[in-house]
Design a protein around this ligand. Structure first.
Ligand code: GDG
Length: 462
């Protein structure tokens, strides 16, 4: 059997002594098990005149092949077509979608540059696993270079429906390119259904069960809900090196329950909607000292105007709520814009009585799963979970809310704060059982099993 080649936008190379998140660990383990290569962007940006080369580095039986992006690629591929066109469209935010033919051209060129590198390194029996919306066209570019390998794709974000795809001028090109993969992996059953529906209505492809037949090719469209490593998270949460003073000023008040939310500051996460509900709840109940809200809000994609604007709005909103509703006991909301080390974040989850995931649309949402895994089984906290996350498809014992319905949010908050231990334990045990059964290793194994068995006949064989 050949080696595994993983491709993702960012490559997360583990550094000695530094704990990284579950996905990076799971992919690294898969590469170690199979012998493998991880290909992607190294996070650096260089000038347009700088020669673009891939660097190879070996670490713990894995070869990391990484490249910088030049300024044009960063602007037009990464910030542009990937994050300002595809991300909003796939998160049903057509109001924020900007489509520019130059950006699409650069997107295709970057996919082609990566395909050329894959063609250089891939042996005949290697299998290739590509991640996320940055590389919808990568398999097609590989096929054009003559690669016959099995190539699988996993989309970490939602697939979206026909109405949204139709608004994209290059939809047919991208959907056709995607059919050069052997397996299209999605987060949820709903995404799987939507993907099949989009192919039926926009490309009129023949479909049987969840296989698309297109120009002598068979493409499996299948949901593989991503999981976490509950055991590793339990271990991490047991540590006691949480240094609140390094992240919060002032540090959160201790004598009240904590409500935690942790996310990149992204409009898909419903942060402002949650802040509205918190403010309204406190005003209605006239109770600003009932709890402390812990908001971990890491800035991201700040070169995209929408993100910069949202980041400022979130911080201003928190400052204004704190100004209006603080008491002698302290303020209601404590925010950090810093990235907290993984172990400490897991400890913060464990100390928090409630976790509130309020996404307006989210492929899965790993915070919801990590929070449950980090809990003390004898005194677990409560998860408030948006119905618009992929996680809600399987985590029905959470308090499921509609993030657009402020009343539903406030009711859930009251219920979470009042929930007796017996009910918290029943909900927790059902949730943790499912997380253990469907962990990240099961996710990886089921995707790779299907990819290995994909029944593939390629265009050039016809
Ligand atoms: C995409 C999809 C899908 C957050 N703050 C800190 C920190 N985090 C970690 C969390 C979690 C990860 O980042 C966020 O994962 P999510 O799944 O919640 O969201 P996205 O970043 O949008 O991820 C999503 C996911 O891909 C996987 O397929 O679930 O739907 O959008 O692991 O813990 N980690 C550390 N410090 C922080 O301050 N160390």
């Amino acid at each position: 059997m050949g080696q595994l080649i993983v491709v993702s936008n960012r490559v997360t190379q583990p550094q000695v002594g530094q704990a990284v998140g579950g996905l990076a660990v799971a992919l690294n383990d898969a590469l170690k098990d199979h012998g493998g290569t991880w290909l992607g962007w190294n996070g650096a940006q260089v000038s347009d005149t700088h020669p673009l080369e891939f660097q190879e580095q070996q670490h713990d039986q894995v070869t990391y092949v990484t490249t910088p992006l030049n300024h044009n690629e960063y602007q037009n591929f990464y910030s542009g077509f990937a994050n300002n066109t595809l991300w909003p469209m796939l998160h049903s935010r057509l109001d924020l979608m900007v489509e520019d033919p130059t950006q699409f051209q650069t997107y295709q060129q970057v996919n082609q540059r990566f395909a050329q590198k894959i063609a250089e390194i891939a042996q005949e029996d290697d299998i290739i696993w590509v991640h996320d919306y940055h590389f919808l066209s990568l398999a097609e570019q590989c096929r054009q270079l003559g690669l016959k390998n099995r190539i699988g794709f996993f989309l970490h974000i939602p697939f979206s429906d026909t109405d949204h795809w139709q608004q994209l001028h290059v939809a047919n090109t991208l959907l056709t390119d995607l059919l050069a993969y052997d397996v299209i992996g999605l987060q949820t059953q709903a995404d799987q259904d939507e993907c099949i529906e989009v192919y039926q209505s926009l490309l009129n492809t023949a479909i049987k069960h969840n296989t698309i037949f297109y120009q002598q090719r068979r493409v499996l469209v299948q949901a593989y809900p991503i999981g976490i490593d509950p055991y590793a998270i339990q271990q991490a949460a047991q540590g006691d090196n949480l240094l609140l003073q390094d992240y919060f000023d002032p540090i959160p008040k201790h004598n009240v329950p904590w409500i935690i939310s942790a996310e990149r500051v992204d409009y898909s996460k419903g942060i402002l909607e949650r802040l509205d509900a918190i403010e309204s709840w406190i005003k209605e109940q006239q109770a600003s000292d009932c709890f402390a809200v812990i908001q971990v809000a890491c800035p991201c994609r700040m070169e995209v105007e929408t993100y910069k604007h949202l980041y400022n709005s979130v911080n201003q909103r928190i400052a204004s709520i704190n100004q209006d509703l603080s008491s002698l006991e302290g303020q209601p909301i404590y925010v950090t814009n810093q990235m907290i080390p993984h172990h400490q974040l897991m400890q913060l989850y464990k100390k928090s009585a409630v976790c509130w995931v309020n996404s307006l649309k989210d492929g899965m949402n790993l915070v919801a799963k990590e929070y449950i895994a980090a809990q003390d089984p004898n005194n677990p906290g409560v998860l408030i979970l948006s119905c618009h996350t992929g996680a809600a498809e399987h985590m029905q014992q959470a308090l499921i809310v509609n993030p657009h319905d402020i009343k539903s949010l406030k009711d859930a908050l009251s219920k979470a704060l009042d929930m007796p231990l017996s009910e918290r334990m029943i909900r927790y045990h059902a949730l943790i059982k499912d997380l253990e059964l469907n962990d990240i290793y099961a996710w990886r194994a089921s995707f790779l099993k299907d990819l290995r068995h994909a029944n593939t006949r390629h265009l050039h064989e016809v």
